[in-house]
Design a binder for this molecule. Structure first.
Ligand code: SAH
Length: 252
């Protein structure tokens, strides 16, 4: 057997959910070609009681169930022992740091990753300090951490060297330089009402590059002005911004 380049382990109560959608398309190819191996481990296998209980009622009362610390702790120890040194353990939680492209890049460097998926009302607080990282996929509550783990794995795996056919497509896309991507077109040149912007058919690469940067900026300005505030425009972008402003003034 070919050894996988990266080793990802998921602790879950629903191991049958993996690899799930990750088996298709780009991530599926990455799995087939052993760029990465994903192993889902059932937390329930680390229970020691007859009924294999993984949850219990919360101290202090209230609704819902909490994942018991002992099986999870034993599962964590087993998973950590399997992973190479320098593999961060990550708890999926809506209380975590918002997952981002920057985080995806950082995690793509690690030799292994350990994803821990909560269910019910989440995990016993005392287990939390053993994680290297707590990550959230957004300000909404899902019923479990499995989809967040898959989402993060997808974003990370496509960044692994050799996974994307054309690594250049990575340097252009949204968030790579803290901007949304410019509009994309493909054949036919005429489609229903719309035409492809003439500059893209011109073959003038300098012009195309500049147009793309400008449209990327226009889009970011319209949809995500917060990104411009957080990551201020460089010299060329400042010039492009002035052009965009002039266009707006000409319109009104
Ligand atoms: N009561 C908890 C939420 C429990 S949701 C709270 O308010 O914090 C059940 C599990 O789903 C969580 O343990 C977590 O693993 C996962 N989950 C739910 N929403 C998530 C999100 N936005 N990001 C990451 N994981 C999430």
């Amino acid at each position: 057997m070919n050894e996988s380049l990266k080793q990802y382990i998921v602790l879950t109560l629903f191991p049958e959910m993996f690899p799930g959608p990750l088996a298709s398309s780009i991530t599926g190819r990455a799995l087939d070609q052993n760029h990465v191996g994903i192993e889902a481990i059932n937390i329930r296998d680390f229970t020691t009681d007859k009924h294999r209980v993984v949850d219990d009622t919360p101290y202090g009362g209230g609704s819902g169930m909490v994942m018991k610390p002992e099986p999870l702790s034993a599962a964590l120890a087993a998973a950590r022992a399997k992973l190479p040194e320098g593999s961060p353990s990550i708890l999926m939680t809506p209380q975590g740091e918002p997952f981002s492209q920057a985080r995806a890049h950082e995690l793509a460097q690690a030799p292994g990753l350990l994803f821990v998926c909560g269910r019910y009302e989440g995990i016993d607080e005392r287990i939390r300090q053993t994680f290297d990282l707590e990550l959230s996929v957004g300000d909404y509550v899902l019923s479990g951490g499995e989809l967040p783990a898959m989402l993060m794995m997808d974003a990370i795996i496509r960044l692994l060297p050799g996974v994307l056919g054309n690594p250049e497509s990575l340097s252009e896309e949204s968030f790579q330089r803290h901007r949304l991507e410019y509009p994309q077109y493909t054949r036919p040149a005429q489609f229903q009402e719309g035409e492809v912007p003439a500059v893209l058919l011109s073959g003038n690469h300098a012009k195309i590059r500049r147009w793309r940067r400008k449209e990327s900026l226009r889009r970011t300005l319209q949809r995500r002005p917060d990104l411009l505030k957080q990551y201020p425009p460089d010299k060329e972008e400042q010039e492009l911004l002035r052009e965009l402003q002039a266009e707006e003034e000409a319109k009104s």
